[in-house]
Design a binder for this molecule. Structure first.
Ligand code: ATP
Ligand code: MG
Length: 872
């Protein structure tokens, strides 16, 4: 039996023998693409080639791509664990043709690989073919049908509609018919009952899709119509784990050697057996699956958080914790304890796991701890909800939604706890709330892309902004309109540009485009989209055809460049001071400040911060000149001492940026020498996750301004103390005096309240046998309450009724001595009767209650009412 590793290698070897270039997997976490958070198919990394924005390096490529299907168009999360073939993270094996071979070869090679290399029984295989769509005016894919007929009998060919057999990348863009290969793994008896062709696409774990061959031949335009693509492409994807299941003769992906080690480890840690019950099966699958997605995301630089991609990872982690908690009895963090097993299984192929083990473990552990606390709180809230709804025995949808949305408490857990206690959950109500939330989210992110208006076709654009901030004679290639959150943006693409597009943490450039007729169009931002440099402009130029002059806002760019160079020096200094485990985990580089996130496992002390600042400033004074190598191979770059980051997508040629001891792979713009930074100052250091710290810092003028503010403040304080030489001693002395004075004041206030209490007691009169003190003048309500509290304890058969105006508002107070409360008087309820005269409400305790209102004219009546209720 072949191991998973051998099976993967056979795939790559096969396509290499057919002239394909073997390329590495792109990172699973997608950075710099507004439309996609995670890689969800092998084709993602080739999107710019399919769109015609970049030329392919080779016309044929093959790879194994890490994918994650947990959000957006492809979301399999809910299925994971419940069936044996859907994962969150999985590997997709693929082969590509970029305007080279087409259907005939793609089908022939798929067949050859499956039946001759992998030796799969031909009679078990089925292929689907697109039947055409009247909506789109597309016909049945007879080309694919004819190609399949050479290999398969007709009763093993199944026709599929647009839903199953037409693949689209998104609402617009490259698309085309596809042909899927399915396999029937059922027993002969079962096959005799229902033929395989009737089982295709019926959501059965034994008749499954293994490979999808996509024939990319159209472009879908914004109006929904299709136009043929000039170059026809092949894009295929085969689920690696499913292939292993087939070739290793297993009943589910989890029984293959990809997962068996992990399942065994979970059995060991939990003390439960995998096949003990359907619940333990599902829980162990969920955990074995999710730990991969979580660990790989963290290694790729995506930490769990409250927003976007980070939130998706947090939800996956919580789902795993919850299954472990509910079905396997894990009440302490356990996912972090599975990382060593994952490393054993996958560390050789994915060294980033080994290298970042400590970070992965501590981030997971911290997340688990915090979610376990949430679970605890959620369970207590459930108790309250159940008590509140004891009559209906139903938890309202809104409450279930609050638990879900605010506390991250999964709805099925809410359902489970409810059921255990004989309650139901109003799922309709819950779904209404969920729908509302989805709509809110959709409205916040909906983009409407117009079609490109093209002026010049096919010319490559180039970034010239490392050397120039102004370029003349530039041609506008195309423009389009994009609507986002009801805002309309104009996007311009030029053949060459000095504008840096937002990337690698560095913000995009701003500036102007000047048309041939002299019209100035402001460029508000510059971003990358599918490898195109897109200039966000305030409007469409009147003259699109003439030559443009592009001019970057130079002063702003210089500040950004200084900050970017400072991040490199900071990185270098941190590694010197804290150790070489420090690794960049993200950054933001703008004109006004920058921040730098890095792995480190404790707080950076004030002393260490000082050291780092001094090191960076000394590198600045050394005035190291920028040494740049734009076209280095990865080996050359590593040879120069550059550090490659995991989770970054590097091309074959990389840019090395060196300033003295600092060497980095970087595409950003930089100061020409470190002296240009001027001066560097850290403003804050904090934790953003377990094992990840954040430093925010300023350079140049911004740092200078900060120091001005600090010294102005200090100067101001000095002046308040008549410029004494030792300001610290003076302030300490004043704080001491201040606290003594406060203590005296408090004593005085107590005495005053006691005196006031005596006056009240002495001025009471007996009505219906009760001593009643009434009061109607303005007084500090705090002192008054204090006095009432003293009286309440000290006197008997006594009530105090007050109605007065304070700060322009009517106030009531009612107090009963302890014996009267014992006899049944209740200030909290009694005061309500009087409160309506001042149009207000109140409350408190049986011995002391207060009320506020709006109608000062009613104070007299309110006081009379108080006396009346006291004596009743
Ligand atoms: P399915 O209908 O089984 O969900 P799909 O139509 O979504 O599959 P494609 O988008 O065509 O699948 O992806 C190509 C291949 O990747 C599939 O043939 C399958 O083998 C594999 N695959 C798809 N989704 C998953 C997943 N969630 N986990 C593991 N493998 C998957
Ligand atoms: Mg699917």
């Amino acid at each position: 039996m072949n191991t998973a590793k051998e099976i993967r290698q056979q795939f790559l070897d096969f396509f290499e023998s057919k002239g394909h270039m073997v390329v590495p997997s792109a990172p699973m976490v997608v950075k710099n693409d507004p439309t996609l958070m995670f890689t969800n198919a092998g084709m993602n990394q080739f999107k710019d080639i399919f769109l015609g924005n970049s030329a392919p390096k080779s016309k044929r490529a093959t790879d194994s791509q890490k994918c994650l299907r947990v959000s957006g168009k492809h979301n399999d999360l809910e299925a994971v664990g419940h069936d044996g073939r859907h994962h969150t993270m999985f590997e997709m094996l693929g082969n590509w043709s970029f305007g080279d071979y087409f259907k005939e070869e793609a089908i022939a090679w798929a067949w050859e690989l499956l039946t001759e290399v992998y030796k799969i029984d031909k009679t078990k295989l089925y292929a689907t073919v697109f039947e055409g769509s009247a909506d789109d005016g597309t016909e049945m894919d007879s080309e694919a049908l004819e190609a399949w007929k050479k290999h398969l009998p007709e009763d093993h060919i199944v026709y599929g509609n647009k839903h199953d057999n037409f693949w689209e990348m998104g609402d617009t863009g490259p698309c085309g018919p596809c042909s899927e290969i399915h396999i029937d793994l059922r027993s002969d008896e079962e096959i005799a009952k229902i033929p395989g062709r009737d089982m295709v696409n019926t959501d059965n774990d034994q008749v499954i899709e293994i490979w999808n061959l996509v024939f990319m031949q159209y472009n879908r335009k914004a109006d929904g119509s299709l136009e043929p693509l000039p170059a026809k492409n092949i894009d295929t994807g085969m689920g690696f784990e499913r292939l292993c299941m087939v070739l290793q003769g297993k009943a589910s992906n989890y029984d293959t050697d990809v997962f068996s080690g992990m399942i065994h480890k979970i059995e060991e840690l939990s003390g439960h057996k995998y096949h003990e019950s359907s619940k333990t099966e599902v829980a162990m699958r969920v955990i074995a699956d999710h730990i991969r997605a979580i660990a790989f995301s963290i290694a790729d630089g995506q930490l769990p958080s409250n927003v976007k991609a980070g939130y998706v990872i947090r939800r996956i982690l919580r789902r795993a914790v919850r299954y472990g908690y509910t079905f396997l009895g894990f009440e302490e963090p356990f996912l972090c304890a599975l990382v060593p097993q994952l490393i054993e299984d996958m560390g050789e192929a994915y060294p980033e796991l080994v290298k970042q083990r400590q970070l992965i473990e501590s981030v997971i552990r911290e997340e688990e701890l915090s979610f376990l606390r949430t679970l605890d709180r959620g369970i207590r809230m459930m108790d309250d909800y159940m008590a509140k709804n004891a009559d209906t025995k139903s938890i309202p949808g809104v409450d279930a939604f609050i638990l879900y949305d605010t506390y991250g408490f999964p709805i099925d857990l809410t359902g489970l706890i409810a059921a255990e206690n004989g309650y139901t959950v109003d799922m309709d109500g819950f779904n209404v709330e969920l729908q509302k939330q989805k709509e809110r989210a959709r409205n916040a992110t909906a983009n409407e892309f117009g079609d490109w208006t093209v002026f010049v076709d096919g010319e490559e654009e180039a970034f010239l902004g490392y050397d120039s901030l102004l370029i003349e004679g530039v041609r506008l290639l195309k423009h389009r309109t994009v609507k986002q959150k009801n805002k309309t943006m104009i996007q311009l693409v030029f053949d060459r540009t000095p504008f840096y597009a937002e990337m690698g943490g560095q913000v995009g450039d701003t500036g102007v485009a000047i048309s041939a007729s002299g019209e100035e169009i402001r460029i508000l931002n510059t971003v990358k989209e599918n490898n195109l440099t897109v200039h966000i402009a305030e409007r469409v130029p009147e003259d699109c055809e003439g030559a443009f002059t592009l001019k970057v806002d130079g002063a702003r760019r210089l500040k950004i460049a200084a900050n970017h160079t400072a991040t490199h020096l900071l990185d270098n200094a941190l590694r010197q001071v804290l150790g070489t485990h420090v690794e960049q985990k993200g950054s933001f580089v703008g004109p006004d400040y920058f921040r730098f996130d890095f792995s480190h496992f404790s707080k950076v002390t004030d002393e260490e911060i000082r050291k780092v600042e001094h090191l960076v400033n000394s590198m600045i004074r050394n005035d190291f000149h920028l040494e740049e190598k734009r076209d280095a191979t990865m080996d050359e770059a590593l040879g120069m001492g550059a550090i490659a980051l995991f989770g970054e997508k590097y091309g074959d040629r990389v840019r090395v940026v060196k300033f003295g001891p600092s060497v980095e792979l970087c595409g950003g713009t930089h100061a020409t020498s470190t002296g240009r930074i001027g001066f560097f100052k850290i403003v804050s250091e904090s934790a953003i996750a377990a094992g990840v710290r954040r430093i925010e810092a300023l350079t140049g003028e911004a740092a200078e301004n900060l120091l001005d503010t600090v010294s102005d403040t200090l100067k101001g304080i000095r002046e308040m103390f008549n410029n004494v030489p030792d300001i610290t001693a003076a302030v300490t002395k004043m704080i001491g005096e201040n606290s003594d004075a406060r203590k005296k004041l408090e004593e005085y206030a107590k005495e005053k309240a006691a005196a006031f209490a005596r006056v009240l007691a002495e001025n009471s009169e007996q009505i219906n046998g009760i001593n009643i003190a009434t009061f109607n003048r303005d007084v500090d309500p705090n002192m008054f309450r204090e006095a009432a509290a003293i009286l309440q304890k000290e006197v008997t058969n006594f009530a105090l009724a007050a109605a007065f105006e304070h700060d322009g508002k009517p106030q009531l107070l009612l107090m009963y001595s302890a014996d009267l409360v014992a006899a049944g008087h209740n200030a909290a309820t009694d005061i309500k009767e009087a409160a309506r005269f001042i149009q207000g409400g109140g409350g408190g305790q049986p011995f002391l209650a207060t009320a506020g209102g709006r109608n000062t004219a009613g104070l007299k009546e309110a006081l009379d009412k108080l006396v009346e209720v006291i004596t009743r």
